[in-house]
Design a protein around this ligand. Structure first.
Ligand SMILES: NC(=O)C1=CN([C@@H]2O[C@H](COP(=O)(O)OP(=O)(O)OC[C@H]3O[C@@H](n4cnc5c(N)ncnc54)[C@H](OP(=O)(O)O)[C@@H]3O)[C@@H](O)[C@H]2O)C=CC1
Ligand SMILES: O=C(O)C1=N[C@H](C(=O)O)C[C@H](O)C1
Length: 271
């Protein structure tokens, strides 16, 4: 018997699902104890390693999320909003730490996740990489140091399969800029410009989204005045940075009480 936490990965066949399965299976700090896909998926009942085109991992894909979660200490979930809300309730029922990487969550989804966090440990972040979470703190500091003579723009670049915009990371960076400036992001957001938009409003925080090819994830935060420009930039070279961050969060959550945490908590970056 081992005391390494047992981990379940949801959305097994997804881009992040497969990266997470490899990361946990190769880790010395955790055990892969389950993988979940939706009912009717052709991976159900098969060994997940073989489904991914490699050696058997001794773990069969299941569509019974509650049963899988009940045998685990943590669930790592990078899927879609409807699935994540459902998994939050099931992970709370199973008393498993729930690590949520899913983005595009609505206010209503966030309320349901907050309700689940009254009974469970949840770590949720739109980006699990160390670099982006450092960039969040830098963005807050720079925004606090500059006045509204500097326009703030968040520009994000992702692959052509991404379904939500602005990205979860762009929203984290926008929130950090708004917090640094002491304003409410909802009041100053300027996104989806098209047509005769009128001149830019002083104090707005703008968002632009590029969707093209295989870009993993890149984010710029631009501070532009009439005479100078600062650009803070993060580039994810591959998806393993997100998977390693998520595994770190799952391990960190093991001795934490119920509540909703983020990667700044996990990485000790809260200031
Ligand atoms: N926080 C972070 O650091 C990061 C977050 N992300 C986010 O993670 C999420 C997933 O991204 P990615 O892996 O690229 O997306 P994919 O579309 O490749 O994978 C999503 C997976 O979730 C499954 N899924 C969707 N809906 C359900 C459902 N209702 N029940 C069960 N399974 C479901 C999909 O199954 P099916 O194909 O059958 O629909 C698929 O296997 C996105 O929200 C993305 O923005 C991505 C990278 C980093
Ligand atoms: O969908 C993706 O791919 C990514 N999503 C996250 C986001 O919405 O910010 C994180 C990363 O940029 C990749």
């Amino acid at each position: 018997m081992t005391n390494q936490p047992g981990i379940v990965i949801t959305g097994a066949s997804g881009r992040m699902g497969q990266m997470l399965i490899r990361t946990v299976a190769e880790s010395d700090a955790a055990r892969l104890v389950g993988v979940v896909e939706r009912s009717g998926h052709d991976w159900i009942g098969r060994d997940v390693g073989e489904c991914m085109g490699g050696a058997a991992l001794g773990v069969s894909v299941t569509d019974d999320a509650l049963e899988a979660f009940s045998n685990a200490q943590a669930v790592i979930d990078f899927t879609a909003p409807a699935a994540t809300v459902e998994f939050a309730a099931l992970a709370a029922q199973a008393r498993a730490t729930h690590v949520i990487g899913t983005t595009g969550l609505s206010d209503d989804d966030l309320e349901k996740i907050a309700a689940a966090a009254r009974h469970a440990t949840i770590v949720r972040a739109g980006n699990m990489s160390l670099g982006v979470n450092l960039l969040v703190q830098l963005t807050k500091q720079v925004a606090a140091a500059l006045d509204e003579d500097f326009d703030i723009e968040v520009i994000e670049y992702h692959h052509n399969r991404k379904v939500d915009a602005p990205s979860g990371t762009a929203l984290m960076l926008g929130e950090a800029a708004a917090e640094g400036r002491g304003v409410d992001l909802k009041e100053v957001t300027d996104s989806g410009r098209d047509g005769i938009t009128g001149a830019r409003k002083r104090g707005d925080i703008g968002f632009s989204a590029i969707r093209a090819g295989a870009i993993v994830g890149e984010h710029d935060v631009m501070f532009a005045s009439q005479s100078e420009r600062i650009v803070l930039r993060h580039v994810a070279e591959d998806r393993s940075v997100f998977a390693r961050g998520a595994l770190k969060a799952a391990l960190w959550g093991q001795d934490k009480g119920p509540g909703e945490y983020d990667m700044l908590d996990v990485l000790g970056l809260k200031g």
